[in-house]
Design a protein around this ligand. Structure first.
Ligand code: IPM
Ligand code: MN
Length: 352
């Protein structure tokens, strides 16, 4: 029997509630496909920070490194100043575990939940490959004359040839493996960010022409990309972009696929520890009420199994989610699902 060790960080707010349902569904899939899943729980998050003043113990990263995968609920606590937990836990893990890809599938499961007029599931089915270790997220920059009228704030976008290239190669490989229209769109801003996206664009075409002649290369400015998401989402197969643009366009992507209740993502280190999460926040106002939608966390579990190479089990989870969404749910929004958080988990587990 194949056995996998999974680190679990429920985190803050509704994180633990949705992770519980993801584990319920993972266990149902494990039972069906003869897998053994071993969970180790970690209590990192806002409550622990408020109790101990320690965001992440130094031993944590090395401890997590021993796991092939991490399932993460949510990070963000109303009593902790914004940035502390996000930088200290989420971004630190992304960086130190070298999860240099943030993979975000945008897939509409039911036309009823799409805010765009006349778009069907076959129109909204693409993947964003977001660079996850560089760009504006590295913390490079600083203040000069802080707090004076002459104050200067500098926030630098770091783009290394190595970092850009490994992201592009992942995106090309992913497009090839996905085997749909085999089109990779670089989303950037070559007309204004003439250094950063010059590097991206040159690397994109060099690598593409040399090693991926079977993949069609396309380019769109990021502002136009948001326009196409709304107008012609069916044009996209795989999109590759930098960290900041990827952050922004994937929230829009989540909305056109049915909202934060269903949107999942993976922080991928192809050769190391990868971390899967629902992309919505900790939703403090819904905490403990049993109303939050666990499907995004369940889909994160699906991505986790897929990363482990358990494609059949992952596909079974997706089918069970699709069935549940189409047949049982009047809405994907918190409090409007007609079922509690745990009942939605039960429905997907039963569908499996
Ligand atoms: C995301 C989130 C994070 C990000 C925040 C919480 C730091 O918005 O995963 O997209 O900006 O990357
Ligand atoms: Mn985001």
């Amino acid at each position: 029997m194949k056995s996998y060790n999974i680190a679990v960080i429920g985190g803050d707010g509704t994180g633990p509630e949705v992770v519980r349902e993801a584990i319920k569904v993972l266990d149902a899939a494990a039972h069906k496909f003869g897998l053994k899943l071993n969970y180790t729980h970690f209590d990192f998050g806002g409550d622990r920070y408020l109790r101990t003043q320690e965001v992440l113990p130094d031993s944590a990263v090395d401890e997590l490194r021993r796991f092939p995968v991490i399932l993460l609920g949510a990070i963000g606590h109303p009593d902790v100043r914004p940035g502390i937990l996000e930088k200290g836990i989420l971004l630190r893990l992304r960086f130190e575990l070298e999860q240099y890809i943030n993979l975000r599938p945008i897939k509409l499961y039911d036309a009823r939940f799409c805010p765009l007029k006349d778009k069907r599931p076959e129109d909204i089915d693409f993947v964003v490959v977001r660079e996850n270790n560089e760009g504006l997220y590295t913390g490079s920059g600083g203040f000069v004359f802080k707090g004076t009228p002459h104050e200067v704030a500098i926030q630098e976008s770091i783009n290394t040839r190595r970092g850009v290239e490994r992201c592009l190669r992942f995106a090309f490989d992913y497009t090839r493996k996905r085997n749909r229209s085999k089109k990779l769109t670089l989303s950037g801003k070559t007309n204004v960010l003439t250094y950063a996206f010059d590097l991206w664009e040159r690397a994109f075409h060099e690598i593409g022409a040399k090693d991926y002649p079977d993949i069609q290369r396309d380019y769109a400015h990021v502002d136009a990309t948001t326009m196409w998401f709304v107008k012609n989402p069916e044009w996209f197969d795989v999109i590759v972009t930098d960290n900041m643009f990827g952050d922004i366009i994937t929230d829009l992507g989540a909305m056109i696929q049915g909202g934060m209740g269903i949107a999942a993502g993976g922080n991928i280190n192809p050769k190391g520890t990868s971390m899967f999460e629902p992309i919505g926040g900790s939703a403090p106002k819904y905490t403990g009420k049993g109303v939050i939608n666990p499907l995004a966390a369940i889909c994160a579990g699906q991505m986790l199994l897929d990363f482990l190479g358990e494609t059949a089990a992952a596909q079974a989870i997706e089918s069970a989610v699709i069935g549940t969404v189409r047949e049982k749910l009047p809405s994907l929004a918190a409090g409007k699902m007609g079922h509690t958080t745990a009942q939605v988990g039960d429905l997907v587990a039963a569908a499996l």
